[in-house]
Design a protein. Structure first.
Length: 117
């Protein structure tokens, strides 16, 4: 007896073919992006670009290795500005700064979570 193949469309319109509907899971590309933050002793470093993440309860099922570029600032620097002014100042400063270092990072290619079937 052959098992029925059931297509499931994720919220992001990525199609996954399921062999057994009772254990069907949705496979989607990561829906959210965040900057990766690394503690480097006296410095705090931020990825120059946001990286994809799987939003809980989803978990990563496939990864791709990529080289991520980081900019760093000294931990002890304090800015006496409003929160939005601080953010704008930091963003402007980091945009105009050369890359401090690069690192190979495994980022999620696909996420999975229990099907809502």
């Amino acid at each position: 007896m052959t098992k029925k193949i059931i297509p499931i469309i994720c919220a992001l319109n990525v199609i996954f073919l399921s062999i057994a509907p009772s254990i069907a899971e949705e496979y989607c590309e990561p829906t959210m992006k965040r900057n990766l933050i690394k503690d480097k002793g006296k410095n705090i470093c931020f990825s120059i670009r946001p990286l994809p993440i799987c939003t809980p309860p989803a978990t990563a099922v496939s990864y791709v290795k990529t080289t991520v570029q980081f900019n760093c600032v000294t931990k002890g620097e304090h800015l006496v500005l409003s929160e939005s002014e601080q953010l704008n100042k930091i963003i402007t400063r980091l945009e105009n700064k050369d890359v401090d270092y690069s690192e190979d990072i495994a980022i999620p290619r696909y996420c999975t979570c229990p099907s809502k079937l």
